[in-house]
Ligand binder design. Structure first.
Ligand SMILES: CC(C)(COP(=O)(O)OP(=O)(O)OC[C@H]1O[C@@H](n2cnc3c(N)ncnc32)[C@H](O)[C@@H]1OP(=O)(O)O)[C@@H](O)C(=O)NCCC(=O)NCCS
Length: 333
């Protein structure tokens, strides 16, 4: 019989078994995955934050751990929304374990007042979703696709001639590009927070019923504190020469102990578009990365399929799609 229970974050052997199950599941299906490290999971559970609550579930068959679920939701905004991710050991699939985990997760989320649940489903590049186990499972649980992104990869290093070509595209007259590593310098904090808030409302999320949130200095510093336990960060911002106003930013995260990099947010504020700032910002972080961390072998990023401007910029840098992610959502009530 399958029994589903909650993981006590202080129970390290169970937490470790949770992580090993997640790893086995991810690597069975996804050659290009960048799953969280053991250190990252441990750090996430050891330092719960004031904005987001995470609950881990495990499914056991006797003593054997055969599946896991990670459910979470913001506790300061978007109280109707929840995130859910389920993994079942490859050799134990199609036995109803995924459904058992889903049922228990859904019961808990309902009790918590969450009426809208989203989960990310990774399929091979170009896939239409249907016909892939993860997608069909989500559909069987009542979820429908509301947004899709390409998972793209850029092999490193990018050669000098290529960097030179990209440099030639950048407008150097109207904007300066500043870069930093680690936390945002205090003197830029206010403008940086404004851009993060804008990102929260501007990033394409398809039909997901997500309400934008205000990123104030406290929230930004809290996020930095959590992230920099497991990652190094490289940030670039574009500052308009005429008035010092920030027009956009881009961020790279370097997971500790790994050989890849994750390209996170890149935003050009609407009134600053049309100056190739996307290229300028990404190029600045790339050049700093190649100078200071030449050991990294690839950059991964996720870009909405219908974000044509960012797709074109990524293609120009040499990024290639390796997976298609479908965000699946179920609305109850
Ligand atoms: C998706 C996953 C969790 C399913 O787990 P599972 O234990 O095999 O799922 P279940 O046996 O409970 O299946 C429940 C229903 O989902 C559907 N389903 C599951 N796998 C399917 C597949 N390979 N093809 C078609 N339908 C499938 C079926 O309708 C199934 O009901 P049925 O067996 O009565 O026909 C598992 O394949 C997995 O861990 N994949 C990798 C991680 C992942 O992608 N997770 C989903 C994103 S959160």
């Amino acid at each position: 019989m399958i029994v589903v229970s909650e993981v006590d974050p202080a129970d390290e052997p169970t937490l470790r078994a949770f992580w090993e199950t997640e790893q086995a599941s991810v690597w069975h299906d996804r050659q290009y995955a960048i799953p969280r490290s053991w250190e990252r999971l441990r750090s996430m559970m050891a330092h719960p934050n004031d904005w987001y609550r995470r609950t881990l579930l495990v499914a056991r068959d006797g003593d054997a751990l055969v599946g896991v679920a990670d459910l979470g939701g913001s506790i300061t905004d978007n109280l109707h929304l929840a995130d859910l991710e389920i993994h079942v050991l490859p050799e134990r699939r199609r036995e109803g374990i995924g459904r058992a985990l889903h049922d228990e997760a859904a019961r808990r989320l309902r009790a918590d007042g969450r009426t809208s649940v989203v989960g990310e489903v990774y399929c091979p590049a170009g896939s239409q979703g249907s016909g892939e186990a993860a997608y069909d499972f989500a559909a069987a649980m009542g979820y429908a696709p509301v947004h899709s992104e390409d998972h793209l990869m850029l092999a490193l290093p990018v050669g000098g001639r290529e960097v030179e070509r990209l440099r030639g595209k950048v407008d150097k007259t109207a904007y300066d590009v500043l870069t930093w590593t680690g936390p945002c310098p205090e003197e830029h904090l206010e403008q940086f927070c404004e851009m993060h808030t804008r990102m929260s409302s501007d990033v394409p999320v398809g039909e997901i019923d997500y309400e934008p949130v205000l990123i104030d200095p406290e929230r930004l510093r809290g996020r930095e504190e959590r992230v920099f336990r497991s990652f190094d960060g490289i940030t670039s911002v574009a500052r308009r020469r005429a008035d010092g106003v920030f027009g956009g930013y881009s961020q790279l995260y370097l997971p500790h102990g790994a050989d890849y990099v994750y390209q996170d947010d890149t935003l050009v504020m609407p009134e600053h578009r049309g100056h190739r700032l996307g290229t300028a910002l990404k190029l600045a972080t790339l050049e700093l990365l190649q100078r200071e961390s030449p050991d990294r072998r690839a950059i991964h990023t996720d870009t909405a399929v219908d974000n044509h401007a960012m797709q074109a910029t990524n293609l120009d840098f040499g990024y290639r799609p390796v997976e298609r992610m479908y965000e699946m959502q179920r609305r109850d009530g």
